[in-house]
Design a binder for this molecule. Sequence first.
Ligand code: ZN
Length: 481
Amino acid sequence: MTELPDPTAMTQRAAALAKIRELVGARGWIDSADGMAPHLREERGNYVGVAAAVVKPGSVEEMAGVLRLCHGAGLPVVPQGGNTSLVGASIPYEDFTGIVLSTGRLNRIRDLDPVNNTVTADAGCILQTIQQAASDADRLFPLSLGAEGSCQIGGNISTNAGGVGVLRYGTMRELVLGLEVALPDGRVWDGLRGLRKDNTGYDLKQWFIGAEGTLGVITGAVLKLFPKPRETVTAVAAIPGPDAALRLLGALQRETGGGVSGYEIMTRQALQMALDHIAGVRDPFGQVHPCYQLIELTGPRVDGSLRAGLEDVLAAAMADGDVRDAVISESGGQDRALWRLREAISEAQKFEGASIKHDVAVPVSRVADFMRVATAACEAALPGIRVVAFGHVGDGNIHFNMNQPAEGWSRDGFMAEQPRFNRIVHDIVTDMKGSISAEHGIGRIKKAELAHYHAPLELELMRALKAQLDPKGIMNPGKVF
Ligand code: ZN
């Protein structure tokens, strides 16, 4: 991102910054080091960037006005929502000279239509606020992920967020009906249509979903709502491995008519770390098993039929050897304790030294092959490495992480091995026609990997779209490609 010190351009940028400050006023302008710090730091501290200011427009018109000024002066912009990206997409580079443009003050729910089953929200609405608004209207907004208390819906859309509800309801992309976008030149595209059917040419909203802020700033969205489930049953099954997990999923989907709303696999190594390090996490079984399957079913009736169906499927799977043991929750408290087993894994990994992480997807039918082949390859490449694999097995999305060996390695020494392990894991994923980024995006962490694995024609088409919408290259420069 090195720029030549052109005095005219510098004067233009200084003038643009002054005009932006005037436009957004004191409430929308932060330039003190303390005030900017939370916007310039990735939450794990992996990236710390710089910026001339953090700008928080109070309306869509202000957002557009800021972009118009940036476009005119060639001032670069890093759009930012809740800043919970895990790939460095929302943090400016260390030599950045532009602004961070936050959607945080655009936080109104504009409309909720229970007949159309849609909610229209500003981009800066916190995900949990939207979930709550849907629930208050006896509806479900199904996107659910770890950062839901602080991430913003605009960021969820810009990164095509996944999470734990994808198996039943799809990724963010499938939950968006319409978008409003402030384009890099300051024009606003109003595509806030709440239609299930709309065959009027190119589907423009798809350009901006998952674009990580490189094509414009999403300012509002029309989102799909669903009937609110009445009953939830949660269970954990001890299983011999991922093959059994997929057979069990098929049986559960048949029995419940597609009622599986959560389906998370955990290897023993992954569960063990949670048991060793996270207070209150307890092994639900008396014996050690190779693998565990968290199951959540939801349904429209409170008549015990969901639970009875689950018991039938588990009993049949036990007879077939696909399930060795199982616990079914008796209460909401127990539901949460079972989910905690899964949620504690990422936290627990921090206590076991450095970890190299991969967020990958393969066709669901290849998940078991992937886990077997990739685990063997990594263990052969570095004896003692601890593979921690878990995640959304029903989506084919595995968080394939690995911790440094228990002895004999420094943190930095192990992290220096990351490119070697990226190549091993991503080569296997690519051989299986999978994805090197299932739900976290590209940001800056995976830029080189995207360039390595994506076909030249795919990259060419992406660059053409970028050049068309953002000819001056001011939007989130240096991210994605
Ligand atoms: Zn995940």
